[in-house]
Design a binder for this molecule. Structure first.
Ligand code: NDP
Ligand code: MG
Ligand code: MG
Length: 330
């Protein structure tokens, strides 16, 4: 069984009197930094001049160039975009790390795929919240937190796990649940989850359903409400109580259609493709593709993103949401 940790298993005093440099102030950087500070810890921010720099200043942080923040830090949490981490590590972080410092990540990509090779003198561990940064912040202010994963890659000080748990407590994660994993497992499952199910799987499923209805002559607005808008209501029930709870709330007709037709939509062919996608993650094919894509200025990323933004479902949705009061403040 996987090891679970809560507040009582974590001791913030491992981080008391230490300086934590959060490098990057985007989705995760802002959420984690604000929570750590509210937990009574000393946080500084490492950045380049720009939008994030101004925001961190406005939030009352001491903001320094990345190299300067790293020099001052006992613990360096790298919250730059995954595709920028290796270059910034080489130019501004590696040579400025204190000998006894801890290098922390929220995703294992760069360590697991060998893009960052840390010096042997530092602890290397991960604290990876399983939710977007604004949720890390919002749940903390509500007295909760989002669950997180911890993993220890290099334990030089002998207390890397205790430091990881203390950090997890500082961002509020031990209030929810912390699981222990490895850099390999976190990296591979995170990539698979976002590609096959959470992001890639769901958007492709919704788009295919929408196109099937519209191509058959149904109105785009009907198709949108049926296959996109309603997904949230269903997902909320699944989130709270699994498939069983969701099925208690839908009609018997819907439930019969669900259990007999669902496996035809995601059948053996989709399963084979999922296995293929997983092996591309495991053998480094995906990592190599994404690293090279970034080196040549992201032509595929940009073209496919634009095509999806211009898809009818996005245009129809934007118009419909303007007339739906619940979206007025979003
Ligand atoms: P974002 O893209 O939201 O933020 C990146 C930050 O890094 C920005 O503040 C940006 O500042 C700064 N930055 C970018 N390039 C540089 C540079 N060359 N020098 C200095 N600062 C720079 O990142 P995320 O928060 O999404 O991701 C951070 C990490 O967290 C990743 O490892 C990701 O996998 C992980 N993670 C993310 C989750 C999420 O929900 N987003 C969930 C769990 C883990 P500027 O304004 O100057 O561009
Ligand atoms: Mg991810
Ligand atoms: Mg219905």
């Amino acid at each position: 069984m996987v090891q679970k940790y809560y507040d009582a298993d974590a001791d913030l005093s491992h981080l008391k009197g230490k300086t934590i440099a959060v490098i990057g102030y985007g989705s995760q950087g802002r959420g984690q930094a604000l929570n750590l500070r509210d937990s009574g810890l000393d946080v500084i921010i490492g950045l380049r001049p720009g939008k994030s720099w101004d925001e961190a200043k406005k939030d009352g942080f001491s903001v320094l160039a990345v190299a300067e923040a790293v020099k001052k830090a006992d613990l360096v949490q790298i919250l730059l975009p995954d595709e920028s981490q290796a270059a910034v590590f080489r130019s501004e972080i590696a040579q400025n790390l204190r000998k006894d410092a801890s290098l922390v990540f929220s995703h294992g990509f760069n360590i697991h795929f060998g893009q960052i090779v840390p010096p042997e003198t530092v602890n290397v561990f991960m604290v990876a919240p399983k939710g977007p940064g604004f949720m890390v912040r919002r749940t903390y202010t509500e007295g909760m937190g989002v669950p997180a994963l911890i993993a220890v890659y290099q334990d030089v000080s002998g207390n890397a796990r205790a430091l990881a748990l203390a950090y997890a407590k500082g961002i509020g994660a031990t209030r929810a649940m912390v699981l222990e994993t490895t850099f390999r497992e976190e990296t591979e499952t995170d990539l698979f989850g976002e590609q096959a199910v959470l992001c890639g799987g769901i958007t492709s499923l919704i788009r295919a359903g929408y196109e099937t209805l519209v191509d058959a002559g149904y109105s785009p607005e009907m198709a949108y409400l049926e296959v996109l808008h309603e997904t949230k209501l269903i997902i909320d029930l699944i989130y709270e109580g699994g498939f069983t709870k969701m099925r208690k709330y839908i009609s018997n007709t819907a439930q019969y259609g669900d259990i007999t037709r669902g496996p035809r939509v995601i059948g053996p062919e989709s399963r084979m493709e999922m296995e293929e996608i997983l092996s591309e993650i495991q053998n480094g094919t995906f990592a190599k593709e994404w690293i090279l894509e970034n080196m040549v200025g992201r032509p595929v990323f940009n073209a496919l993103t634009r095509a999806d933004e211009e898809h009818e479902i996005e245009l129809v949705g934007a118009e419909l949401r303007k007339d739906m009061p619940q979206f007025k403040n979003l």
